[in-house]
Design a protein around this ligand. Structure first.
Ligand code: ASP
Ligand code: MG
Length: 412
């Protein structure tokens, strides 16, 4: 029988009532003839609570025990979902990650899936089980310890199962009805996209659109999993939600698919460092060793053998970056005048595969921002994306102006 993966996020399993609602949707697909793999998140708020308990108990926690604790929310919803299905006379059972097993690396709290042998679950399907309810977010390390896949990891669990079982589709049920051209809370003209290409979704997800865990989109792209994002609160239909799919499956698309933004950005500038071979390597090795996730980088033109180096990173990593640079100065590894941190910036990006074949997108973006009097601090581009760093107070204005200028409220 064909297999379908259905993932229910935290808000879709937040109460027994909602679990019943979700189970009914599963029942509909079973009646259509699918064997279903259901992936569940913990009830909404649960994982945060568990993380809080760990931090309170042990600020410098043992990551293996962190995983043992924070993975438990999914055990509860998996069991409850299986029970609910059984009450509806649908043959179902629950599986924790280690029982499948979902084999992962030992990078506790951010493990990667290495393999999902389908044998155990397939054996049960062969015996007449129709739904395997799997606790999302969890796995087992080569050492036999419980791991978790990073926050939002059940999305990745779902896509990995879809790939491993060659599912016809992977439906991600959430509390929004799809992927939008931008955050509807920022622009009232935001439009739900019927389809979006994997690469665009990947950029949007990593740029701060929080619908899907970035890793899940990477996996979907690699294994060509048809991924659909839809709301569990709306009536089901074949057109519901947004299909994340290969570029070839999209007939028409706008040059710009969406505008993403992230307020959690800081700009740091190392003033007057020696301009010599290896300086960038030294600075960014020190930052990476300190666990700083650098995003944009700008190196100024050198004057009299000295230059400024600017980068952006998440705001909560500024202190770590400052310490790494101060240590490097004390050790005389890097010599600089001062380190300036600006934590009042935000990143705004336009994304679209159409940029590969259209020129002038960057120029238009810069014109729009300048017309609004918004100063651009840093620019980076990729083949399908242009990002700028601006003052944080202008984020809404910038997003709305760009959404209007690229006419994203209109479908192609
Ligand atoms: N419950 C986990 C979290 O909140 C995983 C997930 O829901 O995707 O991060
Ligand atoms: Mg999520």
């Amino acid at each position: 029988m064909p297999v379908l993966v259905m993932k229910f996020g935290g808000t879709s399993v937040a109460t027994l009532d909602r679990i019943r609602r979700a189970a009914k949707r599963v029942g509909v697909e079973v009646a259509k003839g699918y064997d279903v793999i259901v992936i569940v998140s913990a009830m909404s708020g649960k994982t945060n609570e568990l993380v809080g308990w760990v931090n309170e108990t042990s600020p410098l926690f043992d990551a293996r025990e962190y995983d043992a604790v924070v993975s438990s929310g999914e055990n509860v919803t998996a069991g409850l979902m299986a029970l609910t299905l059984q009450e509806m006379d649908v043959p179902a059972r629950s599986w924790q990650g280690w029982q499948v097993p979902v084999q992962t690396t030992s990078a506790h709290s951010s493990a990667r899936i290495e393999g999902i042998p389908p044998t155990n679950i397939n054996a049960k399907f062969a015996e007449g089980m129709r739904v395997a309810v799997v606790a999302g977010f969890q796995g087992i390390s080569p050492e036999g310890r419980i791991t978790t896949l990073g926050r939002g990891g059940s999305d990745t669990t779902a896509v990995a199962f879809a790939a491993a079982f060659e599912a016809e589709r992977c439906d991600i049920y959430t509390d929004v009805d799809g992927v939008y051209t931008t955050d509807p809370r920022v622009s009232s003209k935001a439009r739900k996209l019927d389809r979006i290409a994997f690469e665009e979704m990947l950029e949007l997800a990593s740029l701060g659109a929080k619908v899907l865990q970035t890793r899940s989109v990477e996996l979907a792209m690699r294994y060509n999993v048809r991924l659909r994002v839809l709301s569990s609160f709306e009536e089901p239909s074949d057109e519901a939600g947004t299909l994340v799919c290969a570029e070839e499956d999209i007939m028409e698309s706008n040059v710009v698919a969406g505008v993403a933004f992230s307020r959690d950005e800081a700009k740091m500038t190392l003033v007057s460092v020696a301009d010599r071979p290896g300086i960038a390597a030294t600075i960014f090795t020190a930052l990476s060793d300190a666990g700083v996730n650098v995003d944009m980088i700008v190196q100024n033109i050198a004057e009299e053998g000295r230059t400024d180096m600017t980068w952006s990173c998440p705001t909560n990593e500024v202190a770590r970056a400052e310490k790494a640079m101060a240590d490097a100065k004390v050790d005389s590894v890097i010599n600089y005048q001062e380190l300036i941190a600006d934590t009042d910036v935000a990143k705004v990006s336009v994304v679209g595969i159409g940029m590969r074949s259209h020129t002038g997108v960057a120029a238009k973006m810069f014109r729009v921002l300048s017309a609004e009097g918004i100063n651009i601090r840093v620019i980076t581009t990729s083949e399908i994306k242009i990002s700028v760093l601006i003052d944080r107070k202008y984020v809404e204005l910038a997003v709305q102006a760009l959404h209007d200028a690229f006419e994203l409220e209109k479908a192609a």
